[in-house]
Design a protein around this ligand. Structure first.
Ligand code: MRU
Length: 358
């Protein structure tokens, strides 16, 4: 199966596909500074909850590179570490303090996707230990970041397999926002279910909501499906009721940015609308997400922090004005679909039902 190079460590830098340019331009960005990675996260050059978790973990390694970089040396790469070159004068405490400052900066970039904080917490469990040697600590941090990346791919593949069992040959599936390889380490969540079904020989047609205001569905799901030869139809977000009234849609599958213990699920704005429409037409509505997106510390969806984004994202598109300047805009990045509208949560462990804090 194909794994996209969504994000990777490359000789002292974080490289990622600039998702804001797709489908017009495919460009790999090479980021040398945490500030640039934070800008990329805030601008959605990298996005999708699981991909943000990997970005958070790699961001802490990037902080170390940036602070202690000497000439053209590097310490971390996808193929391994080069820690013999790490300066002997750097103390464990200095490295820990510097990583901790950057952990806070990275964590604050996007508040809703729990995977970002989850990955940073995993890294903190490593660097907060007592260490005698900074190089040993950095090697352990690198191992943890790579584990987060690799586990995300494994979880995507397992989710794909569990979800694919729900689909039949010839099914039409509707989704909202991009949940393919670009939103993860490289394979996906909701759209991974379609990829996996197709890989097992089933014919599946994906209907992709365009996902206003930033069009992750129109720009990214279509790009990934075309690349894999999977039939895909893009539709305006408001067209899902019309589609379900006319075409036989087997199910809706969406991703998640944070799932509360009772199953209430935050995902891209418009997901709740799709769930209501699916209920109206008796179409089963599934969420596909790795267990890293389940936040058992949050009891219900009303406690999930929702990111509010710039009004300009709604009033303009790529510099083209689509509403008068004087108009106000409502632009929450996510909404929360109540658990009673969700038929099942497709995870790497199977198709589950809440409560998740059992
Ligand atoms: O604002 P984005 O593009 O990061 O929002 C992403 C989504 O809402 C996805 O659907 C979600 O992260 C699940 S994808 C794996």
């Amino acid at each position: 199966m194909k794994i996209l190079p969504t994000i990777a460590l490359k000789k002292g830098a974080v490289e990622l596909i600039d998702q804001t340019l797709l489908p017009v331009e495919y460009k790999i960005l090479r980021l040398n500074r945490v500030e640039d990675l934070c800008e990329a996260i805030k601008a959605l050059r990298i996005r999708g909850a699981p991909a943000l978790g990997v970005a958070g973990a790699y961001g802490l390694l990037l902080a170390v590179e940036e602070k202690w970089r000497q000439h053209d040396t590097w310490y971390f790469d996808a193929d391994g570490t080069n820690l013999d070159a790490f300066p002997a004068i750097a103390t464990v405490e200095a490295v820990q303090q510097y990583i901790d400052i950057n952990a806070k900066i990275l964590r604050d970039t996007r508040p809703t996707a729990v995977n970002l904080g989850w990955a940073i917490d995993r890294m903190r469990k490593i660097y907060a230990r007592v260490w005698d040697d900074p190089k040993a600590m950095l090697q352990a941090l690198y191992n943890e970041a790579q584990a987060i990346y690799n586990e995300d791919i494994e979880m995507s593949l397992a989710m794909g397999r569990h979800g694919a069992a729900l689909l039949n040959d010839g099914d039409n599936v509707i989704t909202h926002c991009n949940t393919g390889g670009l939103a993860t380490s490289g394979y996906g969540t909701a759209v991974a279910v379609v990829f996996s079904a197709v890989e097992t020989g089933k014919r599946v047609h994906l209907y992709a909501d365009e996902t206003r205001p930033l069009l992750q569905g129109a720009r990214l799901n279509t790009w990934e499906c075309v690349d894999r030869g999977i039939p895909v139809t893009v539709l305006c977000d408001g067209a899902s009721a019309s589609l379900m009234s006319e075409k036989k849609i087997a199910c809706a599958i969406v991703g998640a940015d944070r799932i509360a213990a009772n199953g209430d699920t935050a995902n891209k704005i418009g997901t709740y609308n799709l769930a209501i429409v699916a209920k109206r037409f008796g179409v089963p509505f599934y969420v596909a997400a790795p267990s890293s997106t389940i936040d058992t510390a949050i009891a219900t969806g009303s406690d999930i922090p929702i990111e509010q984004r710039s009004p300009d994202e709604v009033k303009q598109y790529r510099g083209v004005i689509v509403a008068p300047e004087e108009a106000e805009a409502y632009n929450p990045a996510f909404d929360v679909t109540p658990h009673e509208l969700i038929a099942g949560w497709i995870t790497e462990k199977g198709v589950l039902q809440p409560p998740f804090d059992r």
